[in-house]
Design a protein around this ligand. Structure first.
Ligand SMILES: *Cc1c(COP(=O)(O)O)cnc(C)c1O
Length: 376
């Protein structure tokens, strides 16, 4: 936790769980990306955390933005970015949303199918398109496999169709899976991308851009490689597959930019046992899957949780949220070690919670308000 967050939480009076995000950490993270991949443009994945203060800082730092809806595009414009710094990166778009984006000035769109190309040709004529290819997500703790992207063999046909319909064939994109722990995960996708570049050029078209997606990790319980290691590995793979004709590249970090900049303060509501000799206690917090911790689905993301009693003896606990839904359990398959001395009313800190929390929190399930957020 940063000193600034510590001071902020000390002064806080309101009740209920809240996220506090330190902009200084985001600034450092941004600069680390810019330093390690100096020739690569950063398109921040807005869905990770669209707080206006974060968008504003990133606009000032020179970032571009990956968006998924007209509402996200409008948030980025409101933060001061021009439309040429915005990509509509969702491959699943309503035609009227494409038209709206076009009206707002956006000219860069993702596709992974021929019918999406047709929509863009109609609603955003002359725009640049890049084709997203499938990635299996191996090595990622939050894989994005199957739903997005086409088989690499389909890409050149889709791009050729785009060209026929008057669009600019711009490049290839992929996402190696979120919270990707393997710095080499980009290699295979870059091999496919290079093959598509060749195939497309044999058909008389040119591509100029590779979108390397997100996947850069935040530090949860386990250590993760530094941004620098990712940068080196990606650059090596680019050299290997593109030789001295390295294309323009962009990255779309979400988690890697904002994840470790935020901390959630929550409260212990109840500690109980299901039977007298149950070795595992149930610890209920005032935040759960519906309050912003949706990435605990399948216990995928394991947040570091600090308590005021750290240092005393630990015992295994099931951790659950406060709502009346039985899926609102955070960690059960693999119980979480928490101090035996933990008490009802204790405040706990959930670390590295800056990404995918406020956006995942429900509006008022069981009457619990959405996760409060402070950006400092
Ligand atoms: C969600 C998303 C990202 C961000 O992924 P992270 O793993 O959080 O960096 C990047 N690009 C696209 C297209 C996305 O959908």
């Amino acid at each position: 936790m940063t000193e600034r967050i510590r001071k902020f939480l000390k002064r806080r009076r309101e009740e209920g769980p809240c996220l506090v995000v330190d902009l200084e950490v985001i600034r450092e993270n941004y600069l680390a990306f810019a330093k390690t991949l100096p020739d690569t443009r950063v398109f921040y994945a807005v869905k990770a955390n669209p707080a206006p203060e974060i968008l504003k800082l990133l606009v000032e730092l020179g970032s571009s933005f990956d968006t998924a809806s007209p509402a996200e595009i409008e948030m980025v414009l409101a933060a001061g970015a021009t439309a040429d710094r915005i990509s509509f990166g969702n491959t699943i778009k309503k035609e009227r949303d494409i038209a709206r984006a076009y009206e707002l000035g956006v000219r860069l769109f993702a596709v992974d199918s021929g019918v999406e190309v047709e929509k863009i040709a109609r609603a955003a004529p002359g725009s640049k398109v890049f084709c997203r290819i499938l990635c299996d997500g191996t090595g990622a703790e939050w894989p994005l496999s199957r739903k997005f992207g086409c088989a690499p063999e389909m890409a050149s046909g889709i791009l050729e169709q785009a060209h026929r319909l008057g669009l600019v064939t711009h490049g290839i994109s992929f996402h190696v899976g979120s919270q990707q722990n393997d710095v080499k995960a980009w290699d295979k996708a870059l091999a496919s991308a290079a093959a598509i570049f060749n195939e497309v050029s044999e058909r008389g078209l040119t591509l100029s851009m590779v979108n390397l997606g997100g996947g850069f990790p935040a530090r949860y319980l386990k250590n993760v490689p530094k941004v620098d290691a990712y940068g080196k590995s990606i650059f090596r793979a680019l050299r290997k597959h593109f030789g001295n004709r390295i294309p323009e590249t962009i990255i779309e970090p979400g988690r890697g930019l904002v994840g470790d900049a935020g901390i959630i303060e929550a409260e212990v509501v109840l500690i109980s046992k299901k039977s007298a000799d149950d070795p595992v206690r149930w610890v209920y917090l005032d935040i759960g899957k519906f309050g912003g911790l949706a990435e605990t689905i399948d216990e995928s993301i394991r947040y570091p949780i600090r308590t005021p009693r750290d240092g005393s003896k630990l015992a295994p606990c099931v951790i659950a949220g406060p709502t009346c839904d039985s899926v609102d359990v955070l960690y059960e398959k693999e119980p979480y070690m928490l101090p035996v001395s933990l008490e009802i009313g204790d405040k706990v800190l959930i670390e590295a919670a800056g990404a995918y929390t406020t956006t995942y929190s429900s509006v008022a399930f069981n009457g619990f308000p959405p996760l409060k957020s402070y950006v400092i």
